[in-house]
Design a binder for this molecule. Structure first.
Ligand code: ZN
Length: 166
């Protein structure tokens, strides 16, 4: 039987003083939102030099600019004052080279026709550029002048920018 949830509760109960953030504003101090893949190898805080309270972190499979990512980014900018977006994708992503059709077929076999797409892709850089283009044209976001895209390589730890213009 899975026991992570119980262990997590116990772990948190051991040091509430380290978890509490009395007086820390919910408004990101560095006015930035990070949209990243959920990959376990991406540790955004040391990678980007951010601390708790600095940034909104929005993670999903791929780090894609999905409708729900836009919902969160819109809330981040319009309600909580962020003005800058950093998108992090990475080498070795589980969606890279995946099959949208196979995934849909597997779901269909279970009687499910989702409204969303998996987001499988063949070209990492092009996919990131498409996300950047979507964000830069999203009127839900009042601040679209500072949207940048990075690719992380978990094998060598490098982080490099992908130009948003084709
Ligand atoms: Zn990934």
């Amino acid at each position: 039987m899975p026991k992570n949830a119980d262990e997590m509760l116990e772990h948190a109960a051991e040091h509430p003083e380290a978890l509490a953030a009395p007086g820390l504003s919910p408004r990101p101090q560095r006015k930035v939102a990070v949209l990243s893949c959920m990959d376990t190898r991406i540790d955004l805080f040391p990678m980007l030099g951010i601390e708790r309270g600095d940034a909104h972190i929005i993670r999903n499979a791929g780090g894609l600019a999905t409708d729900d990512a836009l919902r969160s980014l819109s809330a981040s900018q319009r309600l909580l004052g962020t003005e800058e977006i950093v998108v992090v994708m990475h080498r070795g992503c589980g969606l890279h080279g995946g099959s949208e059709d196979d995934f849909r077929r597997a779901l269909a076999n279970d009687g499910i026709l989702p409204t969303w797409r998996l987001g499988a892709f063949d070209n990492l850089e092009d996919t990131l550029r498409q996300s950047l283009a979507r964000l830069r044209s999203a009127r839900e976001l009042p601040h679209r002048d500072h949207i940048r895209g990075f690719v992380f390589d978990p094998e060598d730890g490098s982080l490099r920018e992908v130009d948003g213009t084709d």
